[in-house]
Design a protein around this ligand. Sequence first.
Ligand SMILES: Nc1ncnc2c1ncn2[C@@H]1O[C@H](COP(=O)(O)OP(=O)(O)O)[C@@H](O)[C@H]1O
Ligand SMILES: [Mg+2]
Length: 245
Amino acid sequence: MSEQQMAEDPGGPSDDPGDAGDSPGMAIVARGLTKRYERGPASVTALDGIELDIGSGEAVALVGPSGSGKSTLLHLIAAMDRPSAGSLIVGGTEVSSLGAAAAARFRRRVGFVFQAFHLLDSLSAIDNVLVPLLPARQARARGGLAMSLIERVGLAERARHLPAELSGGEQQRVAIARALVNEPRLLLADEPTGNLDSATGAAIVELLLEVRRDSGATLVVATHDERVAASLDRRVRLSDGRIAG
Ligand SMILES: Nc1ncnc2c1ncn2[C@@H]1O[C@H](COP(=O)(O)OP(=O)(O)O)[C@@H](O)[C@H]1O
Ligand SMILES: [Mg+2]
């Protein structure tokens, strides 16, 4: 099948993955997925013809050395960046063909957790959780949903603290609560334990797995840490932008 044919055959209900009733996590299907970064005259092939199937509700570890393409793949799955070639269907949506507005809507349906937490320094924990919501929903969510998420991640006593007043593990818990505020059916985490000691990191992974158990969301975690990888259902190994097993 050509790339063009695949792009025209999204393999499921198309544009809005958020309205698929009570079906659980988003499934991910990549075919010939390729990403090249142009660097002046040079070009770096970060992903080179990825073939990948991740089932609804699976918890998958994305492993591989630094530079193997883990972050690039997560960014494509989240529609934060666009592939150079190939097909990528996430929750029934061909994300490679989304326009800017549709990509922005799609991104709100995906929870993303970063290694460096990426909290806003001047906002309290609870206000950081509200950031991904549209302004119209923020006021309504402030007391209820955001607080329940802060409680969910074990930070009820810290809701009004600034990031600088929280430990690394606590900041990552805030980042997880923020990632959950739009009730995502797909949770992506890029080296979420990379800045944490191993006990704190293990607790963060346990929290991600609990969230996945409770919500049925699909979970994909890029990690260097073998113990983190071992706690998920399955490993997908990248090497030089290709699936290595
Ligand atoms: N924005 C970018 N511009 C140019 N090259 C990039 C960019 N992001 C990543 N790369 C390159 O793509 C390759 C894969 O990087 P990345 O996806 O970050 O790997 P990993 O997360 O596994 O460390 C590397 O060679 C990296 O240097
Ligand atoms: Mg990376």
